[in-house]
Write a protein that binds this ligand. Structure first.
Ligand SMILES: NC(=O)c1ccc[n+]([C@@H]2O[C@H](COP(=O)([O-])OP(=O)(O)OC[C@H]3O[C@@H](n4cnc5c(N)ncnc54)[C@H](OP(=O)(O)O)[C@@H]3O)[C@@H](O)[C@H]2O)c1
Length: 330
């Protein structure tokens, strides 16, 4: 299928005019090299996209780049034997909107080594409601289970619960048989959190402690917030439970003692979705499209926007106001 000479892209610049981003017309030759060209169907908005799109965080390592760390669509041209015209593919992370052009465009040029065939069990829209956020939540569960996290150890806490990673983690963890306790600053969203699988909804202060060890109320959890929230969760995790650290929505600091580690055998697991080795990446998508496919994707997808809505979505997200996932439809 021919690609038009010019098409729309949401591009991020850092030049003499300062840091700026917006919709412009580009051509295929403007995009990073790759063996595949796809007609983009959907992308999504992650916290990292908001940092990149506004310049609030140093995400891009070269300029200009098309934004969007996630992308899904159909192949329109392929120079790789593993992909044919018409194939449905997706990429999450893998340097998009960091070192390579990303998914906020009508067409994208992708590296075949990073592209994943859309798994049976997901459509393109569902794959981008999941996106990096769903991938991160499922990767966390994979790592927790590899570290022997079983439901009988106690409830799993999910912090930043109404956010993208948080919402999908609640759904996936509860589907996998864990009791989930959601920690959120949005008290009014308790019905939403219960509806997607949370057994208990706690306020942000509910975990707060400055003591190195508290009574072990939880089996472990997934933290997207960082700082004192993560330290407090470690102090309340049961012997041989694990806490997966995925985010820094509040803080990148970790001012903790070793007590949970040396007296309770608690583990702190790192989650880095972008650099996940291929074998693990394929396993995460296999689970997301089968037994861990979230049951409440329609509820969790709270917005479906076009490219021109991105600046407002970024601002709301950085202000902590995001709920669920924002899909981007091209
Ligand atoms: N490690 C990885 O590979 C990876 C992958 C994806 C995302 N992340 C990180 O995970 C975090 C969440 O990403 P996301 O895409 O889910 O973002 P998001 O949709 O904006 O969700 C973040 C949520 O965190 C909570 N929050 C925000 N500010 C807070 C504060 N000051 N104190 C406590 N809670 C706060 C809010 O939930 P409540 O109002 O419900 O508390 C907010 O909705 C980000 O830091 C992101 O960079 C990491």
């Amino acid at each position: 299928m021919p690609v038009p000479d010019r098409f729309r892209a949401f591009r991020i610049h850092n030049d003499d005019a300062g840091y700026h981003s917006g919709i412009e017309q580009v051509s295929l030759d403007d995009l990073s090299p790759g063996e595949l060209v796809i007609r983009v169907a959907h992308s999504s908005v992650n916290y990292k996209d908001a940092l990149a799109g506004t310049g609030a965080g140093k995400i891009l390592r070269r300029f200009p780049l098309v934004g969007g760390i996630d992308v899904a669509g159909h192949v329109v041209a392929s120079r790789d034997p593993g992909f044919r015209e018409g194939d449905a593919v997706l990429i999450t992370g893998c340097g998009q909107s960091e070192t390579r052009d990303g998914g906020y465009a009508d067409y994208a040029r992708l590296e075949a080594k990073s592209a994943v065939h859309l798994p049976v069990g997901l459509d393109l829209r569902e794959s981008m409601i999941l996106g990096t956020a769903g991938f991160t939540a499922a990767l966390a569960l994979l790592r927790l289970q590899e570290n022997r996290q079983t439901p009988d150890l106690g409830p799993l806490v999910v912090t930043g619960a109404t956010g993208g990673v948080g919402s999908l983690a609640i759904d996936i963890f509860s589907r996998a048989g864990y009791e989930v306790h959601a920690v959120s600053g949005k008290a009014a969203q308790a019905p939403y959190l219960h509806a997607i699988g949370a057994r208990e909804v706690l306020g942000r202060d509910a975990l707060a402690t400055t003591r190195p060890l508290e009574s072990a109320r939880f089996g472990g959890g997934l933290d997207t917030v960082g700082g004192p929230m993560l330290v407090s969760l470690l102090a309340q995790t049961a012997p041989y439970g694990s806490v997966a650290s995925a985010g820094l929505a509040a803080s990148a600091e970790l001012d903790a003692t070793v007590m949970p580690f040396i007296l309770r055998g608690v583990s702190l697991l790192g989650i880095a979705a972008s650099g996940t080795p291929r074998v693990l990446r394929d396993e995460v998508w296999r689970r997301l499209s089968s037994d861990w496919k979230p049951a409440h994707l329609a509820t969790i997808c709270t917005q479906d926007v076009a490219l021109d809505a991105l600046p407002a979505v970024f601002d709301a997200m950085l202000a902590g106001g995001a709920q669920g996932r924002t899909l981007v439809t091209l």
